[in-house]
Design a protein around this ligand. Structure first.
Ligand code: NPW
Ligand code: ADP
Ligand code: K
Length: 524
């Protein structure tokens, strides 16, 4: 599991060391880690370091200091290192170290000619160390640094062209270490070397896409860190946590998933959703819907028990409601009943409007998992605002600029878990638990993959519904209501792994479901 922290949390953990006068030692350790990654990248690209042209884009603070010390190491290995000073000063010891190692300094804020030279030097470099802003940034790049990066990006080589390697120091400058927000221009990094701990901004969109590979250099702060701001499940976690049957299991103890999906207009959603719940290993899958859809469900997945019951008549461990359930009053009535009841539920697509109404009436709770994509979240927040359950209704651009904020807002306003789907999917639970998963192939962006995710999520939710400690192996934090967020993140991870199980290529949802089985089989 990756645990990530805000810049403020890491700075607070550093404070006792700084008070003991260990700041310079920490900086040297950070800079050494940065230099090692830069050396590795340079060797990969050009075979050797001697003679490489390296530009350090250096800001005025300690982030610039790290870059300058790392630049000094590269200069001692024979690289030609130029520090482009974007502000009115440089970290004094860092600058002295760089100069002592033979590096040069270009004061880029000294007028237009200096700025133009800086841009040329960046574009000509083999490697750029981006050390303008780190955890001390207030907002995005501004001033000379913003002008340089904007001018460089205007002339950035097309894919396949010879762009300089970019290694970011702590975070790509202009990306918030706390939120992943990227206000203004940012140089996309091939690798980001961060210090002390992974920062939340490395795992949150849109900044996460600008980080490249993230490497964390330990600074010995581990024991001083508080609870992380966010987490990401990795393969080992998924293998350890996914509910598995034991010798004493039977279909009911493993969890029955009830699916309220499909309508005469959209029967396919019910087929994909039920199939996925079966393939993800549910003990039993029940489907409720119109006669035509039920018939198709039984033909596609004979193991599903389809009926025209009402949710109140059935005993299931978890519901999945909403996929394709549009324009059918009987389905709407079933959805309302599930939302009003206590049983855990995945609430997708056609059920999100009813969920907003139920939330405004105070009916949802932490066992309900809403699964909007960005467009649907905008709609949900607009409904909640209209119903007086939130103050603000952002537009899509605002949600995409800071998805974590709006996923959290929706979680707090509804009292439910909110899974904001996208290339990076965020899971926000009321109370603040936040997970970020980025496991899926871009080929997942296809109609029906959300229906498949809902089915997979139903299966894992049914598996943990009656077991508050189902995921205690992940830590104390994962007990109780937090298990619903863990279940959501597990489903998102497995769905993502399945999209890559057969290499990178199209993943029609029917094939995706089958791949879920192979993902779960491969895990130990
Ligand atoms: N603490 C430690 O022990 C360790 C810390 N480490 C390193 O320190 C980094 C944090 O350093 P930091 O606190 O000096 O802040 P930093 O990110 O360099 O930025 C502040 C400077 O930028 C400026 N500035 C601010 N906003 C701006 C903007 N939007 N656009 C333009 N400029 C802006 C601001 O100048 P001002 O505006 O105040 O004149 C100020 O001078 C951290 O990320 C890590 O790399 C490691 O060495 C490990 C040990
Ligand atoms: N660019 C992308 N990269 C990776 N995963 C993606 C991308 N775009 C969408 N996804 C994933 O694909 C699924 C799409 O779900 P959704 O938008 O509900 O589609 P639908 O309703 O058509 O089934 C989600 O799990 C989402 O996280
Ligand atoms: K930086």
């Amino acid at each position: 599991m990756i645990e990530a922290y805000t810049g403020a949390q890491v700075r607070a953990a550093e404070t006792p060391y700084l008070e003991r006068g260990q700041g310079p030692a920490l900086m040297r350790r950070a800079a050494h880690g940065l230099a090692l990654v830069a050396l590795e990248r340079l060797r990969d690209r050009r075979g050797r370091v001697a003679g490489a042209r390296v530009v350090v884009l250096a800001g005025t603070g300690n982030n610039g200091g790290d870059g300058l010390w790392a630049g000094a190491e590269l200069a001692r290995r024979g690289a030609a290192v130029l520090a482009v000073a974007v502000g009115d000063r440089l970290h004094p010891e860092g600058e002295a170290a760089l100069r002592a190692a033979g590096g040069r300094v270009l004061p880029a804020a000294d007028g237009a000619p200096a700025l133009r030279r800086a841009v040329e030097q960046v574009l000509d470099a083999d490697l750029v160390l981006d050390a303008v802003l780190g955890t001390g940034a207030r907002g995005g790049l501004r001033g000379t640094a913003a002008e340089i990066v904007r001018a460089v990006l205007d002339r950035w080589p097309a894919p396949g062209g010879r762009a300089p390697l970019v290694v970011a120091c702590d975070v790509p400058s202009g990306v918030s270490a706390d939120t992943g927000a990227a206000d203004g221009p940012v140089l996309p990094a091939d690798a980001t070397v961060t210090f002390g701990a992974t920062k939340a901004g490395h795992l949150l969109p849109p900044g996460d896409r600008l980080c490249g590979e993230v490497r964390t250099v330990p600074l010995g702060l581990e024991d001083a860190l508080p609870a992380p701001a966010l987490r990401r499940l990795e393969h080992d976690d998924v293998a350890a946590l996914w509910p598995r049957p034991g010798a004493g299991s039977h279909k009911y103890s493993r969890g029955v998933v009830g699916v309220v999906a499909g309508s005469a207009t959209y029967p396919g959603a019910a087929l994909m959703c039920t199939r996925a719940a079966v393939d993800a290993g549910a003990g039993m899958v029940r489907h409720l819907g119109d006669a035509g859809t039920r018939r198709l469900v039984c033909l596609t997945s004979p193991e599903v028990v389809a009926s025209e019951d009402h949710p109140a008549d059935l005993h299931v461990q978890a519901w999945v409601v909403g996929p394709g359930a549009v324009g059918d009053p009987a389905q709407e009535s079933r959805i309302d009943a599930v939302l009003a009841g206590p049983v855990p539920a995945v609430v997708d697509a056609g059920a999100l409007g009813a969920a907003a109404r139920a939330a405004a009436d105070g009916a949802l709770g932490p066992a309900k998992i809403l699964t909007p994509h960005a467009g649907e979240l905008v709609q949900v927040l607009a409904w909640l605002a209209a119903l007086g359950a939130t103050d603000e209704a952002p537009d899509r651009a605002a949600v995409e600029a800071d998805p974590a904020r709006w996923a959290r807002t929706a979680a707090e306003a509804t009292g439910a878990v909110v899974v904001l789907k996208g290339a990076t999917t965020l899971v926000a639970a009321p109370g603040g638990t936040l997970l970020s998963q980025a496991d899926g192939s871009p080929w997942l962006a296809t109609a029906g993959s959300g229906d498949t995710l809902a089915g997979v999520m139903g299966a894992v939710l049914a598996g943990c519904a009656e077991h508050p400690d189902a995921f205690a192996a992940a830590g104390e934090w994962a007990r109780g209501d937090a298990r619903f967020a863990v279940a959501a993140a597990l489903a998102v991870a497995v769905h993502g792994y399945a999209s890559r199980a057969d290499g990178l290529g199209p993943v029609p949802p029917t094939a995706l479901s089958a791949a879920v089985r192979s993902v779960l089989r491969l895990a130990p």
